[in-house]
Design a protein around this ligand. Sequence first.
Ligand code: XMP
Length: 512
Amino acid sequence: MHESIAILDFGSQYTQVIARRIRECNVYSRIYHHSTPASVLRKDKVCGIILSGGPASVFSPKAPIPDKKIFSLGVPVLGICYGLQLIAHQLGGKVEKSGQREYGHGNLRVQPHGKLLAGLPRNLRVWNSHGDKVIQLPKGFSSTAATDNSENAAIEDPKRNIFGLQFHPEVSHSEQGILILENFIKGICGCRGDWSMANFLTESIERIREEVGDSRVILGLSGGVDSSVAAALLHQAIGDRLVCVFVDNGLLRLHEKEGVINLFKRNFKMDLRVVSASGLFLNKLKGVSDPERKRKQIGYTFVKVFEDFIQKHGKADYLAQGTLYPDVIESVAIDGNPAAVIKSHHNVGGLPKRMKLKVLEPLRELFKDEVRMLGAELGLPKEVLWRQPFPGPGLAVRILGEVNRRNLRVLRQADAILQEEMVASDWYYKVWQSFAVFLPVRTVGVMGDQRTYENVIALRIVESVDAMTADWVRLPYEILQKVSTRVINEVQGVNRVVLDISSKPPSTIEWE
Ligand code: XMP
């Protein structure tokens, strides 16, 4: 059994970030529901407990509270933000509604004494996000740091090993935040750091086996990073009781289907079924130009294809998804309710309730880069792990106007040329995304003394950290020139190539 830190989740948007930071210190961390009884934490032999932040105020009649016995387990406790206010409130201190909300950067003045902030500079910039503040400390506590707004920005009772921070050390904007967490986990809780992604893999496999038992699991495999890692993980756990379904919706890139089939059938010997449904999808897209209608039509058609598949090949109890933490909206149920009846299918717009499949989301606690690490442990090649993202609705949202076979052919060829040149010039893995967009306008050109009147291809090449914001990449002119020349020469139906030089915001990455 590993050393482990329990995080009691009070609903903060940062709860998973705390878990992740602890994993970065090579210590296993697990998120528990905030009302988890102290006896469960004792049984799990946790080395420390962190009370997360949360949107509530301790004054609210419905304020979530922990089992008070956690404070007498003899295990160190650290409260962050709402967690600190809970400690003060529950152990006999006083919390006050602050007249001034403290949000964003603040200056922390650190006192030289204190275990939690030991070894830190006297002044730090930290990230705050709170309304209430502690105005009177419970017995045994002293303040170890202050901000302009609060005398008790860090508090501790060194005898009982109970600590509180008003700010968020887990957020990257907090200077030395990781050192503060490390002080807690290693210095105070005594963890040595015995956890790694290899352990996560072993434990995930055990957990999946335990949960799934003899049932069958079905997984929609797109070939993207998340579904590929989920597939490889489940396959190791349950072998042929995993059925992967790859839907050829006719909106895929050049040779994409063959690439995914080869990789998974050859390397993993998986039960991979390919559903050819391009005719169905293209029919549903006939005459549709509005971007939202396209997405809806595609979403519904995916649902239909899945339903038909299950009816024909049936007997699956679980639907696995490569949902990652950033996809998880509701933080409180993270480790609590694995068998929730399906509500929505993230990339395909909502499966019907009557399917009654249980959801299995083995990557739910991870961030993208952690998923890549896990994929590497599972032996997935770099080409899969570092693939650029590709939207669920595929090329349909990169063909402005109507999607038809002719426009798809043009876009596929142009896009393949761009990808080839990105790979050849070593730029493919340096950018977030690089793709071609089909514009339904025609322009005049001249080729071999002949007038041409053909379509335009736009190139969209962006850098980004999380796709929330993005900027266009200043790709060397020689590469752009090569792509442009090749597209115009090799792709029938195109006589002009343009470069998209818009950032996000205000533009989005995809054109539709
Ligand atoms: P936008 O265009 O909103 O895209 O700036 C942000 C990122 O999300 C990808 N994207 C999608 N991914 N299903 C997906 O799985 C979708 O419907 C979808 N739409 C956009 C896009 O490629 C970019 O990386």
